[in-house]
Every structure is written in structure tokens, then in C-alpha cells.
Design a protein around this ligand. Structure first.
Ligand code: CA
Length: 234
């Protein structure tokens, strides 16, 4: 299961909902905006792992937004799939140096769209789809649902496993308790944010049982992250 974050920038509401439904069914976390200028702001605040970008948008065109993304260091390599109408647009997009990684002509089939998303994520974020995530002496096997530390198996509950998996996908990134609840427990649950602290506590106890260094960082006032320097200090 991949938990890559995808931003859909599209002003046709029914299409946005169709894409959201199918992307979420694949296990991606999806956000959407209907205007190009809004998308630009959103991308500055929190860049996703992939952008699905419509060509014709109010506020700022998809083409212009894509150019701006490519001109900035933080978003230079952000994977972009451009959506375009059949005909002239498609011809132009082919001829232009848009900077998009891929483009798809409307109307398109959902399975084809999902295949393109998956292919692009595989190229840009191999760790999102990797079966085994490993940092330092920690190894997390997504298929076997197993975690090893220094070669010894740890006994994590299902929630602790998902928490660790989620944090290890984006080392260094700080997640608020609310974001962790949304991503690990799911958006439909109504759980107190302190629940996150309880499960982080359990995860830490099991991970660090033999007085080992703690890979999980508590960021006061913000949340938690997997330390990106973990296992790299020799
Ligand atoms: Ca449009």
C-alpha cells in the first residue's frame, strides 16, 4: 500500500471527484483545488508527491503553473501529469516544452490514468512503492508486515506498524497529530489527538527496548517525525 500524497488541480468538479475516488481507492492521500493560483499557494505550503494538473484553469493556467514549478528549486523535480482536452490543446502540449513529466488526453480511462500515476511515482519515489523500507538498523517489510531492528523481530501492534511505516516514508518530515490521525487512522474516525501520543509511546518502547537510539523525533508544538539523520552518523 502506498501513501503518496497527490494534489489534483482541476476545475471540473465531477472529474475531480472521479479522480479523488479512484486515487483514494488505490490508497493515495488526495487533496484537490479548482484554481491555478490557489494551487500555486498550496504547492508552496506543502508540496505533494505528485500533481495532476489540468491545462485550462481559472486564476492561472496549468501550463504557466508548470513552468513556475520547474523554475523553482523546491519543485523542480516534482512529478506532474498534465490533463488536456483532445485536439488543439493536445497538439500544442506535445509541441511545447511544458516541463510536465507526462500528459493524458481527456476523456481518458481511469485504469490508464492510475497506471500513469503509478509509473510516475515509481520513477520519482521508489521508496513509496518499495516493499522494504530500511534506515540504519531498522527494516520494515510492508508485505510481510514485519519490522526488524538489528536483525531481531519487533512485535508491533497494527497501529504502531502503520505509524512507523507512514513516518519512514518521509524521513525528516514533521507530521502534526491531526495529520497522523488522518493518514494512519483514516479521516472518518473521531479520535482524540492524544491517542497519537499513546501509540507513539508504544511504538517507541518496542523500537528502543534495548536502550537503542530513538529514531522518532518529538517536535514540540508540531508533532512527530522519523529522524532523517537516523543511522547516518556512522
Ligand atoms: Ca479545465
Amino acid at each position: 500500500m502506498s501513501i503518496a500524497r497527490i494534489l489534483v488541480v482541476e476545475d471540473e468538479e465531477p472529474l475531480t471527484e472521479l479522480l479523488r475516488y479512484n486515487l483514494e481507492s488505490e490508497g493515495y492521500s488526495v487533496e484537490s483545488v479548482g484554481r491555478g493560483d490557489e494551487a500555486e499557494l498550496r504547492l508552496k505550503e506543502a508540496p505533494p508527491d505528485l500533481v495532476v494538473l489540468d491545462w485550462m484553469l481559472p486564476g492561472l493556467s496549468g501550463i504557466e503553473l508548470c513552468r513556475r514549478l520547474r523554475a523553482q528549486r523546491d519543485t523542480q523535480t516534482l512529478p506532474v501529469i498534465m490533463l488536456t482536452a483532445r485536439g488543439e490543446e493536445a497538439e500544442r502540449i506535445r509541441g511545447l516544452a511544458t516541463g510536465a513529466d507526462d500528459y493524458i488526453v481527456k476523456p481518458f480511462s481511469v485504469p490508464e490514468f492510475l497506471a500513469r500515476v503509478r509509473a510516475l511515482l515509481r520513477r520519482s519515489h521508489p521508496t513509496r512503492l518499495a516493499t522494504v523500507l530500511s534506515f540504519g538498523d531498522i527494516e520494515l517489510d510492508r508485505e510481510r508486515k514485519r519490522v526488524l531492528r538489528s536483525g531481531l523481530e519487533l512485535h508491533l501492534g497494527p497501529t504502531e506498524f502503520r505509524l512507523l511505516e507512514f513516518l519512514m516514508q518521509n524521513p525528516g518530515r514533521v507530521y502534526s497529530r491531526e495529520q497522523l490521525l488522518d493518514s494512519v487512522w483514516g479521516r472518518e474516525t473521531y479520535i482524540d489527538e492524544r491517542t497519537v501520543d499513546v501509540h507513539i509511546g508504544r511504538l517507541r518502547r518496542e523500537l528502543n527496548r534495548s536502550y537503542k537510539s530513538d529514531p522518532i523525533r518529538t517536535v514540540r508544538g508540531s508533532g512527530y517525525s522519523f529522524d532523517e539523520r537516523f543511522g547516518k552518523d556512522g
